[in-house]
Design a protein around this ligand. Structure first.
Ligand SMILES: C[S@@+](CC[C@H](N)C(=O)[O-])C[C@H]1O[C@@H](n2cnc3c(N)ncnc32)[C@H](O)[C@@H]1O
Length: 273
């Protein structure tokens, strides 16, 4: 029972929902973003309703990646053994569209959730019990500490961080002290509620200045929930310092099927022997 759209999951997590925290839409959206981005290292600052969505999305991916990788190797092997070029039939065969490069490393995701239990109205203190009940505790490391004391408590090998969710009034501190830990090749940070109040707008302005001073370092977009007065926005930062990743695409959406795609397909197939 791990799918975030499963009605049983939604019923189980309801007891963590605190309407005043404003994450009723954000929590499932974070789960979907995890499904889209497939991060390996996820950091949450400010636990509660959002935590099981992040954990369940990672658990679902963990279940999916093994069979996908086996299927990809299965469809590549006849091409590799016969010396044939990969082609459109290979691309569209089941499982379709997959990039061998993603499957070269095992997918063993971790969520590290930081909370200093400083806000009495938060459901953070109930999260561990629920994760246990949902069978999700094994992929979550809870750090009960202030964000400012937490860097040294991240598990070994947890960086680079691929995805971070910050919901704890510490966005500026996070940016100044954790940004270098974010994957420069597209790591994403989602921050809650920076629009529509002066301190938050000042932080957004700071991001814009960093962006202007460091071309290519980051992309920023803020999304407003227009029906709410407060707790009403998300800001997404994407770290792009490593530049665009090597692509196999040609103009017109066609693919270059020769090297290095074939080399990656061969290496990926080898992981499945
Ligand atoms: C807005 S609540 C998080 C809500 C949660 N994401 C949800 O969806 O229910 C903020 C949480 O951050 C924690 N917190 C606040 N300041 C913190 C800090 N400096 N370091 C670590 N945790 C902090 C609080 O204890 C609280 O649980």
């Amino acid at each position: 029972m791990t799918g975030i759209d499963d009605p049983r999951f939604r019923r189980a997590v309801r007891r963590l929902e605190v309407p005043q925290m404003g994450t009723e839409v954000v929590a499932p959206l974070l789960g979907q973003l995890v499904g889209l981005l497939r991060p390996r290292h996820v950091l949450e600052v400010g636990m509660g309703y959002t935590t099981p969505f992040l954990a369940a999305a990672l658990a679902r991916l963990r279940q999916r990646v093994g069979p996908e990788s086996a299927g990809l190797a299965r469809k590549s092997r006849p091409y590799l053994a016969g010396g044939a070029e990969l082609d459109e039939d290979w691309l569209h065969a089941d499982p379709p569209l997959l990039d061998p490069a993603f499957y070269l490393r095992p997918y063993d995701p971790r969520l590290v959730a930081v909370d200093n239990l400083s806000i009495a109205g938060s459901s953070a203190a109930q999260v561990c019990q629920l994760l246990d009940e949902l069978g999700l505790a094994d992929l979550v490391t809870v750090v009960n500490a202030d964000l400012r004391d937490s860097i040294g408590q991240l598990p070994p090998g947890f960086t680079p961080i691929d995805f971070a969710w910050v919901d704890a009034w510490e966005c500026l501190y996070f940016f100044d002290h954790f940004w270098e830990l974010i994957d420069p090749a597209g790591g994403v940070v989602v921050m809650h509620y920076l629009m529509t109040y002066p301190e938050g707008e000042a932080i957004l302005d700071y991001f814009r200045k960093v962006q202007r001073a460091n071309p290519g370092e980051l992309e920023v977009i803020s999304l407003l929930e227009p029906h709410k007065l407060t707790q009403n926005s998300l800001t997404m930062l994407r770290r792009t310092a490593a530049g665009p990743r090597p692509a196999h695409a040609l103009p017109g959406g066609r693919l270059r099927y020769g090297e290095p795609l074939r080399t990656a397909a061969a290496a990926q197939a080898d992981t499945q022997t």
